[in-house]
Design a protein around this ligand. Structure first.
Ligand SMILES: [Zn+2]
Length: 182
C-alpha cells in the first residue's frame, strides 16, 4: 500500500529550534498581522501559542508502532472484523495549517494479534497531531495497522472538513443570500 508519499518516515535531521526562538517567530507574525505584541493582552500569547502547538503537533515525537506493540496474542480462530467507529479526528492541513475536524472509522481483520480498541483511537491521534492531508492520514493509519498487527485486511475512512473550506463555503452562501436580499 503506497498511495501517497509517506514523508514522516524519513526522520528529519533539522536544526533544533528552541521554544524561545519559536515564541520570537510568533511575535514577528503578530507584528506582520498589524498587531502590537507588546500590548497587555498579547504579552503571553506567543508563549501560549507555542504551548498549544506542542499539543497540536505532539504526534511527531510519537511512534504508532509502539502503541500497537502490546497486543493480545493467541486469538485462535477469531477472525471477525474489529471495528471502531466515530473516532474524533482533530488535525491540521499541511497547506494552510488550518484545522481539520471530523471522525474516523477504523476496521481490521486480525491475524492472530488483536489490540485494545482504545489503541486504534490512539493511532489516529498520533498521525492527526502532525501536518496532514486527509489522504495521507488515512494511509498512515491503515499502514500502521497492516504492518504492526500483520492484519489480514484494514479499512480506514475519514470524514473530515477543513475549516478554511467551510469558511469559504459559508462566505459564498452568505454572498448568495445577500444577492437575493438586495
Ligand atoms: Zn489547507
Amino acid at each position: 500500500m503506497k498511495l501517497v508519499e509517506d514523508t514522516d518516515n524519513k526522520i528529519l535531521d533539522t536544526k533544533k529550534v528552541s521554544d524561545k526562538e519559536a515564541e520570537e517567530a510568533f511575535k514577528t507574525i503578530l507584528t506582520w498581522m498589524g498587531e502590537d505584541p507588546s500590548r497587555e493582552g498579547l504579552l503571553e500569547t506567543p508563549k501560549r501559542v507555542v504551548k498549544a502547538f506542542k499539543e497540536y503537533f505532539g504526534g511527531y515525537t510519537e511512534d504508532a508502532n509502539k502503541i500497537l506493540e502490546k497486543t493480545f496474542g493467541d486469538v485462535e480462530g477469531y477472525d471477525d472484523m474489529v471495528v471502531e467507529k466515530n473516532i474524533s479526528v482533530s488535525s491540521h492541513c499541511e497547506h494552510h495549517m488550518a484545522p481539520i475536524v471530523g471522525t474516523a472509522h477504523v476496521a481490521y481483520i486480525p491475524n492472530e494479534r488483536v489490540v485494545g480498541l482504545s489503541k486504534l483511537a490512539r493511532v489516529v491521534e498520533v498521525f492527526s497531531k502532525r501536518l496532514q492531508t486527509q489522504e495521507r492520514l488515512t494511509m498512515q493509519v491503515a499502514q500502521a495497522l497492516m504492518t504492526s498487527l500483520d492484519a489480514k485486511g484494514v479499512a480506514v475512512t475519514i470524514d473530515a472538513a477543513h475549516q478554511l473550506w467551510q469558511w469559504e463555503a459559508l462566505k459564498k452562501k452568505m454572498q448568495q443570500q445577500l444577492q437575493i436580499i438586495s
